[in-house]
Design a protein around this ligand. Structure first.
Ligand code: DC
Length: 264
């Protein structure tokens, strides 16, 4: 059954959160490609501040300079003819540079500064004004878009997330052992979930998707189905949306999200 007025509904704002390596970026990009929504990576914005800080020699402890950097940077996201999303910061395509693990580590440190977050959150909210976006991060469903039409929280064990990151790095030609990546994943989890400012958290009305042992395609299919189901029934959220979509990767949202993004 289609809800009355469903055809007049504006394109949704989809918020996807989860811990490092849970597949948010890969899944959100592919769902964006299949649904026509605009993909925005909020993590890329924190990484961009970290990258500029590294380049300009601004220390991770120099809060004033870091906050100024976050306020001044301009961002653009575009998808090329091969469906690859590019991040342009102050006119420069920094997509490859942002993937550097050192940049990721500094990003998780700069992301603990509330005033810096406030500047980036304002820029993120501007993307959602007219709907039609799928944004991934840590606080999208709780802080950036607390009224998002569709909230999704991706889960995966720390070992599985480290394995994914490690494979990705090895494919890019990095020589790094698994235990180092696992250690880094756990370190970032701790910072992202235990910080004062906007810690990683699932919203009470989020759909929890467990990605452990699942392929990217299975997760993408589930999230795509959630978006299509919402378009048919825009009043549905959380568990009700998950039930109607009938996707077997979803968990009851009453399972609380604990340290490292695990359900407890
Ligand atoms: O998702 P990512 O690895 O690109 O994010 C880089 C860092 O930025 C991550 O350690 C946490 C932080 N981050 C955040 O605090 N809030 C967001 N909305 C997105 C990322």
């Amino acid at each position: 059954m289609v809800d009355a007025g469903a055809t007049q509904v504006r394109p949704p704002v989809v918020a996807i959160d989860g811990p490092a390596g849970s597949g948010k970026s890969t899944v959100a990009q592919e769902v964006a490609r299949r649904t026509g929504l605009q993909f925005i990576s909020s993590g890329a914005m924190y990484r961009a501040v970290a990258l500029q800080a590294l380049r300009c020699g601004v220390a991770a402890t120099d809060r004033t300079h870091l906050i100024d950097l976050a306020a001044s940077l301009s961002f653009e996201f575009f998808t090329d003819e091969h469906s690859v999303v590019h991040v342009v910061v102050d006119g420069e395509d920094v997509t490859a540079a942002l993937r550097d693990p050192a940049v990721g580590q500094i990003a998780s440190v700069v992301a603990t500064i509330p005033e810096l977050r406030a500047h980036l959150v304002a820029k993120q909210q501007a993307y959602g004004e007219r709907g039609g976006v799928i944004m991934e991060g840590r606080d999208i469903q709780t802080v950036v878009f607390p009224d998002a039409d569709i909230k999704i929280f991706l889960l995966a064990s720390d070992e599985e997330r480290a394995r994914r990151r490690w494979r990705e790095l090895v494919e890019q030609g990095e020589r790094i052992d698994f235990s180092t990546v696992l250690h880094e994943v756990r370190e970032r989890d701790q910072r992202d979930t235990e910080r004062e400012a906007s810690p990683l958290l699932a919203a009470p009305d989020a759909v929890i998707v467990d990605t452990d042992g699942r392929t990217v395609d299975e997760v993408v299919t589930c999230v795509h189905r959630l978006v299509d189901t919402w378009r048919q029934h825009p009043t549905l959220h959380g568990d009700a949306l998950a039930r109607t979509a009938g996707c077997d990767l979803t968990k009851q949202s009453s399972s609380r999200i604990g340290k490292g993004g695990r359900t407890v």
